[in-house]
Design a protein around this ligand. Structure first.
Ligand SMILES: Cc1ncc(C[n+]2csc(CCOP(=O)(O)OP(=O)(O)O)c2C)c(N)n1
Ligand SMILES: [Mg+2]
Length: 292
């Protein structure tokens, strides 16, 4: 894989998200939004692993990164948030309710997990090698329909990849205050699902864990579960000041930022060049959305 391209994709997500946050704070966007600053690694990794013409991909409210990766056109995401007809859902869905080919999101916490199980059930009976992947958060792990879906995934041996993005919080609720443990290994293994855990700061590890899981689901036609330990540098939504996040946690993740690890593989000149290209692209996207 080309490290320059990986950095370019991660940086595009981050700078677009920062642009979206700044447009909201200037009162230029309406409604709400949930950015994924700090959580760019999973969408970038999946952009290399999922064929959206054939496979299915579902996610929830924090899906700007995936939306940009799946379409390859950030205009379709920002346009959606701006209510434009060229937006992913023709400007009618807002940032949480979008679709593109076999990609679907909605804002119900964990709500796409049972939908994805249903898709995987159909794929199993179609006899193709396509897979259903769903991305959800730690908060979703306490939703009954998510736990039922884990059970169904195993009971029906569904060709389904479940990716839990564990960023430590559901809105302002720290996971350790509503779960006996801050990792979900025992709970997932209780459903007899193959479980893997990986931290998002090392892109190579993350990529190979997800690649192995995708290949296993594709060939064995059985479920896999990957917990990705990650962090969001932004608020839960546009007006959240993040007062509940300890400074040490932020400090740790600034050191373990997924962007940083990829940038370290390149020369400072290469990083600078990618940064300049991305900044230009973000401004171009914004101008397109303003003027169309
Ligand atoms: C069924 C349902 N309950 C509550 C909410 C309100 N809500 C929106 S996001 C969120 C927290 C989700 O946390 P998590 O799943 O960890 O995802 P994260 O925001 O951390 O990415 C909640 C409770 C909702 N959208 N749907
Ligand atoms: Mg969370």
């Amino acid at each position: 894989m080309d490290n320059k391209e990986v950095l370019q994709k991660m940086l595009l997500i981050r700078r677009m998200e920062q642009k979206i946050e700044s447009l909201f704070s200037q009162g230029l966007l309406r409604g709400t939004t949930h950015c994924c600053i700090g959580e760019e690694a999973v969408p970038v990794a999946l952009s290399y692993l999922i064929d959206i013409e054939k496979d299915y991909l579902c996610s929830g409210h924090r899906a700007h990164g995936l939306s940009m990766m799946v379409t390859g056109k950030p205009e379709m995401l920002l346009g959606e948030i701006m209510g434009k007809p060229f937006g992913m859902a023709k400007g009618l869905g807002g940032s949480q309710h979008v679709y593109y080919k076999n990609y679907f999101t909605n804002g119900i916490t964990g709500g796409m997990v049972p939908v994805s199980a249903g898709i995987a059930f159909a794929l199993k009976h179609d006899g193709t090698d396509a897979i259903a992947t769903v991305v959800f958060g730690d908060g979703a792990m306490n939703e009954g329909y998510v736990l039922e879906s884990l059970n169904l995934a195993k009971a029906y041996r569904l060709p389904m990849l479940l990716i839990l993005e564990n960023n430590g919080y559901a809105m302002s609720t720290p996971i350790e205050t509503v779960n006996p443990y801050s990792v979900f290994e025992d709970r997932v293994k209780g459903f007899d699902l193959p479980y893997h855990r990986v931290q998002a700061d090392n892109f190579d590890n993350l990529f190979s864990t997800l690649q192995n899981a995708v290949n296993a689901v594709r060939t064995e036609r059985e479920p896999q579960f990957v917990e990705v330990v990650t962090h969001r540098f932004c608020g839960h939504s546009k007006s959240d000041k993040r007062a509940y996040i300890p400074r040490e946690r932020d400090d740790y993740w600034h050191e373990h930022d997924c962007l940083k690890q990829v940038a370290e593989k390149l020369t400072p000149q290469e990083v600078e060049q990618i940064e300049a290209q991305v900044q230009q692209r973000v401004e171009q996207v914004y101008q397109y959305c303003l003027n169309n």
